[in-house]
Design a protein around this ligand. Structure first.
Ligand SMILES: *Cc1c(COP(=O)(O)O)cnc(C)c1O
Length: 464
């Protein structure tokens, strides 16, 4: 075995820093501090190379929905690797795992979303969507319909296309983004941007920015609108109840395609199979990845409506595809993952039992002196940290300073809770039990208390 087992942590950190470039990281800082080395995981717990046990409140990166250590998925991969480890689906070929997975996805996806184009992850799938919606309109004799409207602070991946669809300022600042024919409207983040408006009015206001943007660009130039049902990487921003119905009305009224990026919300995260069901959205295309395989294998894709798929089919060759799109091992693992989600009624359990329990506990965080709001949708939740609750005020320190402090208290206390700026977020495995929810909440409150005490001691409870 050439994998480095039983090597001291500092030696692993040294080799890691010498040869491994980390994503979304300050690699120089990381080289000084040393990476935390995760060596194994079981259920909802991670174990690091120093023997620490950590509750994974982020399900890896929003993906290990069925938790860790499910041997059925390992067996499915092993059997498939022996039977047919790889074959492509480019040149008039197919294989049983991808046929079975496509049928299964058509069965569980809502409405007439019955056709799947595969990728290795969410970014690639969204790249597909860019080319696909423009090709779709060209095929319908409307080649000028090219602009895709997205939202500031959206996350749709890290490829040139995915990051251009996304609205992350820090990403656009590097590498010459966005690509042409992208437009952005503001996010439905009432807490940070709603001012004196009620959440309901604010939701309508933000949705109507889409209608205004379409008018500004001209309907004949707009191909699609893309959004996450609940923004994930942006900080678990749960939109006001008025938002999605208005967005749906506008997309229907103006003949533009609606792409729901379900990479996080899909496969049970919001308490239904798809976030589109939770929020009453009828998309033309859904992006999927992450929970599709519970992260055990890299696989993603775009699920297309009958009409979109038929239009593409009638237009001849679609000159697009990835070597690993429709990978047989990924497909076999995804199928087994979906079987477990279905057989063990994991999604229903989040909807009816553990989700409501977590929601009740999470809501109590709103009473904490450091918390400006606590929001949740199924098994994704966030709290906004503030020095002044009544004013929903930000801190005087640079955004993310306080969030980082709280995140470090979490990690050291045995809980992975991420920060986005000064919001703390969780998205735990969907198999988290009632007893484990209690552990998570205990750790979360402890970290908030420690953060609060630290900020007071440092004179940092100051509004900016
Ligand atoms: C993670 C994510 C992506 C990108 O998926 P990758 O598999 O990392 O390429 C796209 N959209 C959303 C909403 C995501 O959360």
């Amino acid at each position: 075995m050439t994998i480095l087992h039983n090597i001291p942590t500092d030696e692993l950190q040294r080799i890691d820093a010498a040869h491994h470039v980390h994503p979304f990281s300050d690699n120089a800082e990381l080289a000084r501090d040393g990476a935390r080395i995760i060596t194994r995981a079981e259920g909802v717990f991670l174990y690091d190379s120093d023997g620490n046990k950590i509750l994974d409140g982020m399900a890896g990166l929003w993906c290990t929905n069925i938790g860790y250590g499910r041997n059925e998925l390992a067996d499915a991969a092993y059997e498939q690797m022996k039977q047919l480890p790889y074959y492509n689906t480019f040149f008039k070929t197919s294989h049983p795992p991808i046929i079975a997975l496509s049928q299964k996805l058509a069965e569980i996806a809502p409405g007439d979303l019955n056709h799947v184009f595969y990728a290795s992850g969410g970014s690639e799938a969204n790249d597909t969507n860019i080319r696909l919606v423009r090709h779709y309109w060209a095929a319908k004799g409307k080649p000028t319909k090219k602009v895709i409207i997205s939202r500031h602070n959206a996350y749709h991946g890290s490829t040139m296309g995915g990051a251009s669809l996304g609205g992350m300022k820090g990403m656009h600042a590097q590498g010459g983004l966005p690509i042409p024919d992208m437009a952005y409207i503001d996010q439905p983040n009432w807490y940070a941007e709603g001012g004196e408006t009620t959440p309901e009015d604010f939701g309508l206001e933000r949705a109507r920015q889409l209608e205004a943007k379409i008018a500004e660009l001209g309907e004949d130039n707009v191909a699609a609108f893309i959004a996450e049902p609940v923004q994930g990487a942006g900080g678990v921003i749960v939109p006001p109840s008025t938002y999605w119905p208005e967005i749906q009305r506008i997309c229907d009224a103006h003949d533009i395609l609606l792409i729901a990026d379900e990479v996080i919300c899909g496969f049970g995260r919001t308490g239904n199979w798809f976030g589109s069901e939770t929020y009453g959205i009828t998309p033309d295309i859904m992006t999927i990845a992450k929970g599709l395989s519970s992260g055990y294998q890299p696989i993603g894709g775009s699920i297309l409506s009958d009409e979109v798929a038929q239009t593409i089919a009638d237009a001849g060759d679609f000159n697009h595809g990835y070597t690993y799109g429709g990978h047989p091992v990924g497909a076999a693992v995804a199928l087994e993952n979906i079987r477990i989600l279905q057989d063990e009624k994991i999604v229903e359990n989040v909807r009816d039992v553990t989700g409501p329990y977590l929601a009740q506990k999470w809501a109590q965080l709103a009473d904490h002196p450091l918390v400006g709001e606590a929001v949740i949708s199924g098994f994704m939740a966030s709290v906004a940290l503030t020095p002044d609750k009544s004013a929903r005020a930000p801190f005087s320190t640079p955004v993310g300073t306080v969030g980082t402090i709280c995140r470090n208290f979490c990690f050291d206390g045995g809980l992975v809770m991420r920060h986005v700026g000064d919001r703390m977020i969780i998205a735990p495995p969907l198999v988290l039990t009632i007893a484990e929810i209690d552990i998570l909440m205990e750790h979360a409150v402890e970290a908030l208390d420690k953060t609060h005490a630290h900020l007071k001691a440092q004179g940092m409870m100051v509004a900016g």
